[in-house]
Design a protein around this ligand. Structure first.
Ligand code: BES
Ligand code: MN
Ligand code: ZN
Length: 493
């Protein structure tokens, strides 16, 4: 269920809420705007700070009970030394997560300052932390059921136009992230290519986007031999999905957002080891990011044309599956020698990128994909790998990632790396050998972008987390929804 977001102008001391999160900076005294709130807790906040029981360190929390009117509980949350928008968003997420765990249903949040970037981050952070996928657990009877967080309110000095804009944007982005995370979390037997297509259609219907869904037959007619090579291992109909949002001038070149949508990646004939293979249900996180971003972009009514494109299937070993050594022909005519069937994401994306470039002549084309394990080796779970043929698009993505608090880091795409994907028999092969695995994957994609200004986000390390991150638990992170939104936002009029 979505968390209803709101702002509350005025003194936090007068807010009737079961839980008020209060973000405090390390080493700072009690802000004067919190004097009334401190009184409402019988001076407990000031005493805690004075005794240094609570220091305001990052992620540090202390729960205090109110007395009488105002918040029933106050949760002090430390943001560390600097209260930038990222730190505020994290603090809000921790409050949202704790509120959801406590079952208080409604929570509020206060932070010093009035920067709209911080406000937007706080509003996005609350639902980010509270998000949980409960659908597949048998629920206890209603009376005993822990209540999920359903409302999150940020206290502001006054509700001016900037505040209202931040609220509207945050609602849109939070909803986009919620959709993306839910899709990503769903197991592969439920989140099938069909399900992804239906979700894209549903998002499109609600937001009046034009949605086109193509299956194996239509893709065969388009000559998508690379995508279809992956899909030939499964009886499920693969889906090639386009979602068109026209917020810009009619006829203006769109931004194309492309997502890898592998509902499960077993590796195919080049099968993966069993250990942790279940995580490969997240191999459609790029697609989830596209759907989530399209929802957010449409809700925000950004004045720019955007097309979301998704290639969705599963990578399975079977009697009909592609084999190592096979050579297939992509939509753009290039032949591909398949050395490793586990390098399937690039095969799917190849044809979708070609289609996007040819059909839409985009002003910029960005894809997101859980493409390589190598990016996790290089950058861990903290930074998204950013590579591209157009430095302007790469730079914009790096900036967008910063504003989104989904940082990216560029890797080079020098011509030398092209050598690694030369084939003995075809125009290109689908893996590049030992070194630079993320780069050679990007070099492969670049063969199919048809000159469009293109960049690629390798989100294999950032789309989901196998570790509890404090602000959010194990599972999907919502990355790259916000990066996509920030990228498009900066290109909007
Ligand atoms: N979906 C995987 C990439 C991946 C691996 C994501 C680990 C998250 C965690 C992708 O399809 C894949 O299997 N890539 C191979 C490429 C290799 C065969 C060149 C990989 O990274 O091992
Ligand atoms: Mn794979
Ligand atoms: Zn994959």
């Amino acid at each position: 269920m979505p968390v209803a977001l709101a702002v509350h102008p005025g003194d936090p001391a007068s807010l009737r809420t079961p839980l008020l999160g209060v973000a405090l900076v390390a080493g700072e005294r009690l802000p004067s705007t919190l004097r009334a709130l401190d009184k409402a807790t019988g001076g407990a906040i000031a005493r805690s700070l004075k005794s240094r029981d609570f220091k305001g360190n990052r992620d540090e929390t202390q729960l205090i009970y109110g007395r009488g009117r105002g918040p029933e509980r106050v949760l002090l949350i430390g943001v560390g030394k600097t209260a930038d928008a990222a730190a505020i968003g994290r603090a809000a997420a921790i409050v949202g997560r704790r509120a959801n765990a406590m079952g208080v249903e409604r929570a509020a949040f206060w932070m010093a300052g009035s920067a709209s970037a911080s406000l937007e981050s706080a509003l996005i952070g609350g639902p980010m932390g509270a998000w949980e996928y409960r659908e597949l657990r048998t629920q206890p009877p209603v009376a005993e059921r822990p209540k999920p967080l359903t409302a999150f309110t940020v206290v502001v000095a006054k509700a001016d136009a900037a505040v209202r804009n931040a609220l509207a944007a945050a609602k849109a982005i939070a909803e986009g992230q919620r959709i993306a995370r839910t899709l990503a979390m769903m197991p592969g037997n439920l989140c099938t290519p069909d399900y992804i297509a239906n979700t894209a259609a549903e998002v499109s219907r609600r937001n009046k986007l034009k949605c086109t869904i193509r299956g194996r037959k239509e893709m065969t007619a388009l000559g998508m031999g690379s995508f279809l090579a992956v899909a030939q291992g499964t009886p499920q109909d693969p889906k090639f999905i386009t979602m068109e949002y026209n917020g810009g001038e009619s006829g203006a070149k769109p931004v194309c957002l492309v997502g890898k949508g592998l509902c499960f990646d077993s590796g195919g004939i080049s099968i993966k080891p069993a250990d942790r293979m279940e995580w490969m249900k997240f191999d459609m996180s790029g697609a989830a990011g596209v759907i989530g971003a399209m929802e957010a972009i449409a809700r925000m009514k950004l004045r720019v044309n955007v097309v979301g494109l998704i290639g969705s299937t599963t990578n399975m070993p079977s009697g009909t599956a592609m084999n190592p050594g096979d050579v297939v022909r992509a939509m753009n005519g290039k032949t591909i020698e398949i050395i490793n069937t586990d390098a399937e994401g690039r095969l799917v994306l190849a044809d979708v990128l070609t289609y996007a470039a040819r059909e839409y002549k985009p002003q910029a084309m960005v894809n997101a994909a859980t493409l390589t394990g190598a990016i996790v080796v290089a950058l861990g779970n903290t930074a998204t790998g950013v590579m591209g043929t157009d430095q302007q698009v790469v730079d914009e993505l790096l900036g967008a990632g910063q504003r989104a608090h989904e940082p990216g880091w560029q890797l080079p795409m020098w011509a030398e790396y092209r050598e690694q994907i030369k084939s003995d028999i075809a125009d290109v092969k689908n893996i590049g050998g030992r070194g630079g695995g993320s780069i050679t994957a990007a070099m492969f994609l670049a063969e199919f972008v048809e000159g469009a200004p293109w960049a690629h986000l390798d989100i294999a390390g950032t789309a989901y987390t196998e570790m509890d991150l404090g602000a959010i638990g194990r599972g999907p992170t919502g990355n790259p929804v916000r990066t996509f939104v920030e990228f498009v936002r900066a290109r909007a009029r």
